[in-house]
Design a protein around this ligand. Structure first.
Ligand code: NI
Length: 191
């Protein structure tokens, strides 16, 4: 056995162990009333916030999804993670985000990790400009359009206590609730 460890191997081992300490967080499912709690702004970027961002990112990738709001993991702080890249290697973090401009309109199909298996059309702004803090607490502004714009509006709704199915008719919402209740019963082995 060679006692010399090359730097690359040390890096590899570190990455391996850091993966072990990552936590996948349980995602609340519609119509859980906790999805309607309004998130409050993050005051200080401390270790607990950084850990939460880390865990939320892993939970989003594991699901898999392209966006996750802290509300969905039952933490009611204004934190969003998004990754719309094909390779899932470009995570974006939005803390205390607000939309400062919106324009245009588009209708697109949306899904949500809190409403598994449901995809429905929602009308959103085509373009939005967002002001937020990054994971280091630095302010930034971003102009988004298309999928990123839709994703930001969807996740910001979560922080405001709103799930995308609430844009649908009452009839559709009742059907979705019934379907999810059936899924939940099946998952716990009840009939
Ligand atoms: Ni969602």
């Amino acid at each position: 056995m060679d006692i010399h460890v090359k730097p690359l191997e040390i890096l590899h081992v570190t990455a391996y162990f850091s993966k072990l300490f990552m936590a996948l967080l349980p995602i609340l499912r519609f119509p859980d009333p906790r999805l309607h709690i309004k998130a409050t702004p993050v005051e200080t970027m401390d270790a607990s916030v950084r850990q939460l961002i880390h865990d939320m990112t892993e939970t989003m990738y594991d699901a898999p999804g392209i966006g996750l709001a802290a509300t969905q993991v039952n933490v009611h702080r204004q934190i969003i993670v998004i990754d719309i890249s094909e390779e899932h290697n470009d995570p974006m973090v939005f803390i205390n985000a607000m939309i400062i401009e919106r324009s245009g309109e588009r209708e697109g199909e949306e899904g949500c990790l809190s409403v598994p298996g449901v995809h429905e059309k929602v009308i959103r702004a085509e373009r939005v400009k967002v002001r937020a803090l990054d994971e280091n607490g630095q302010p930034f502004e971003l102009e988004a359009e298309g999928l990123l714009a839709v994703c930001l509006q969807h996740e910001l709704d979560h922080l405001d206590g709103k799930v995308f199915v609430e844009y649908l008719s009452q009839l559709k919402q009742s059907r979705i609730k019934a379907r999810l209740a059936k899924q939940a019963r099946a998952a716990t082995g009840q009939t």
